[in-house]
Write a protein that binds this ligand. Structure first.
Ligand code: NAD
Length: 316
């Protein structure tokens, strides 16, 4: 019998936070879920609402509105607090407004004695992960940003749809900033063990390469299009957070394109960026360095340089 109590504290019970919470409940991904929000009443209402669904679930998860003291024995503190992206607003523009929010959260979490993994979703997520790293004093692997996990899921879905293959048999990644400079290293995209580039060459008569360019663009602009249509994105990122949490709590060593702190990989500056990483109980335990083409290396370095220029202007 498993007696371990898997505990997650969620800070920010807005659309993203509660989509994550709902995914956790439906997939019984943890045993104890604590909700915190600057709007205490909102956190209490959300806890009540989720608890009323327990009778229809296959779990006896403990769900309640709490305080930062509840972080002491948590495995994960997930931060989704902040202000949502406005139509047309770049993710980097959100930075100023969200830095102050993080100061008010990370400091009391660290003061509680918390020693688990921070999971960050607030945008701009790569920068917010770096800010959490600096504010918390935790080791780099213990800060995990959602990075390009959602973008990668969108990519795998679109490639699968294009070649009529189950996305679970598509191995491809979106790398770099979760934002405008992210890119797809097509040299590292596979359907089963077949390179996508080779699949394109075999399919004479149809312009498959143009299709791949269209897919990259579609992935990159997906968030903007969803925001235009329904003001915010939340279900996909909630599911992505649940997947990363499962990898952490289950010590899975799964490869996910989370935002991790680069430390010499790809000759890039010291920034958090979306890279295929091994995710375990320790957070990011290792970054997998892909054999990128020279052009892809440049795209990755450019994306990281963009993040670094923001990071270097930060007053934390
Ligand atoms: P939301 O406005 O619905 O929720 C934000 C919540 O944060 C609110 O409940 C608010 O009360 C709370 N909050 C604000 N300041 C706080 C503080 N100091 N302490 C505690 N709680 C505080 O927004 P949302 O749609 O849930 O989006 C949340 C964040 O997630 C945004 O930054 C958004 O850009 C980001 N996001 C990230 C991804 C991704 O792929 N990483 C995808 C979608 C959205």
């Amino acid at each position: 019998m498993c007696t371990e109590n898997r505990k997650i504290v969620l800070v920010g019970t807005g659309l993203v936070g509660m989509s994550f919470a709902y995914a956790l409940l439906n997939q019984h991904a943890c045993d104890e879920l604590v909700l915190i929000d600057i709007n205490k009443q909102r956190a209490e209402g959300e806890a009540m609402d989720l608890n009323h669904g327990l009778a229809f679930s296959n779990t006896n998860m403990k769900i309640y509105a709490g305080t930062y003291e509840d972080c002491a024995d948590a495995d994960i503190v997930a931060i989704c607090a902040g202000v949502a992206q406005k139509p047309g607003e770049s993710r980097l523009d959100l930075l100023q407004r969200n830095t102050a929010v993080f100061k008010s959260i990370v400091e009391p979490v660290a003061a509680s004695g918390f020693s688990g993994v921070f999971l960050i979703a607030t945008n701009p997520v790569d920068i917010m992960s770096y800010i959490t790293f600096k504010l918390s004093g935790f080791s780099k692997g213990h800060i995990v940003g959602t990075g390009t996990t959602l973008d990668t899921a969108r990519l795998r879905y679109l490639i699968g749809d294009y070649f009529h293959v189950d996305p679970r048999n598509v191995h491809a990644y979106v790398m770099g900033e979760h934002g405008d400079s992210e890119f797809v290293p097509w040299s590292q995209a596979f359907v089963a063990t077949k390179p996508v580039m080779e699949l394109c060459q075999e399919n004479h008569g149809e312009n498959y390469e143009a299709g791949m360019i269209r897919i990259s663009e579609e992935v990159k602009t997906a968030a903007y299009r969803i925001i235009e249509a329904k003001k915010a994105t939340y279900y996909g990122i909630g599911m992505a957070m649940m997947r990363v949490s499962r990898a952490i709590l289950g010590n899975e060593n799964s490869v996910l394109t989370v935002s991790a702190l680069l430390d010499g990989e790809y000759d890039c500056p010291n920034v958090y960026a979306g890279v295929p990483s091994i995710v375990s109980r320790q957070g990011v335990s290792r970054i997998i360095t892909l054999s990128l083409s020279p052009e892809e290396q440049k795209q990755f370095r450019d994306s990281c340089a963009k993040l670094e220029s923001v990071v270097s202007s930060l007053k934390i």
